[in-house]
Design a protein around this ligand. Structure first.
Ligand SMILES: NC(=O)c1ccc[n+]([C@@H]2O[C@H](COP(=O)([O-])OP(=O)(O)OC[C@H]3O[C@@H](n4cnc5c(N)ncnc54)[C@H](OP(=O)(O)O)[C@@H]3O)[C@@H](O)[C@H]2O)c1
Length: 177
């Protein structure tokens, strides 16, 4: 497959759901797509090259980004889609549960973003798409922990966008309902 018709994209959490659909859509739009799952997957699924990555693990994220750069030479788009949910009464939810949610939904995005920004700055172009939620904007009962991760992601993304704009990089949010 050619390296660049539209560019090279990474989609985290591409084994299922919105991530899988996003990876397929980017492939159909002409991108060379690398999708991730924590579990080993067949090398190619629907034209997507699947690689293993756990966004809670610094080394796993670094290894993924290095592998894509070695294989494709550049990264134009990263879709930080990997995420987990939790519904429950706030007072019945533990700090440990909150830490687990933040470790994927916010810190996972920060790990991936920090890993790809150096190459995006060098190429003076890049797009980081962060999968938030309508619960990143509005309150909802029994969603306090999940909503807090997505509200934090919104603040991170909008602030980062101002930081990297001068380097030709934009950070955008998607807020599914
Ligand atoms: N579905 C909705 O209605 C909805 C609404 C608003 C926002 N969202 C957001 O959209 C995103 C995708 O949601 P979804 O419903 O499509 O999720 P999903 O079907 O549950 O899939 C989650 C994906 O994230 C990956 N993942 C989970 N933990 C991970 C980790 N530690 N490291 C790397 N990958 C990990 C999973 O991959 P493996 O298990 O294969 O590793 C899987 O591919 C999430 O950020 C979610 O918060 C979804």
């Amino acid at each position: 497959m050619s390296n660049q018709r539209a560019g090279v994209a990474i989609v985290t959490g591409a084994s299922t759901g919105i991530g899988r659909a996003t990876a397929k859509a980017l492939g159909n739009a002409g991108f060379r797509v690398f999708g991730t799952s924590r579990r080993p997957a067949p090398e190619q699924v629907d034209g997507i090259t699947m690689l293993t990555c756990d966004v809670t693990d610094d080394a796993s994220v670094t290894t993924l980004v290095e592998a894509v750069l070695k294989e494709a030479g550049r990264i134009d788009v990263v879709v930080n889609n990997a995420g987990i949910g939790l519904l429950g009464g706030a007072e019945e939810s533990s700090v440990g549960q909150a830490q687990s949610l933040f470790n994927v939904n916010l810190f996972g995005v920060i790990r991936m973003t920090n890993a790809v920004l150096p190459s995006m700055r060098r190429q003076h172009a890049g797009r980081i798409v962060n999968m938030s939620s309508v619960l990143g904007l509005i309150p909802a009962p029994y969603s306090a922990l999940y909503a807090s991760t997505k509200h934090a992601l919104e603040g991170y993304s909008e602030s980062l966008d101002h930081e990297v704009l001068a380097f030709g990089i934009r950070v955008v949010l998607v807020e599914p309902a």
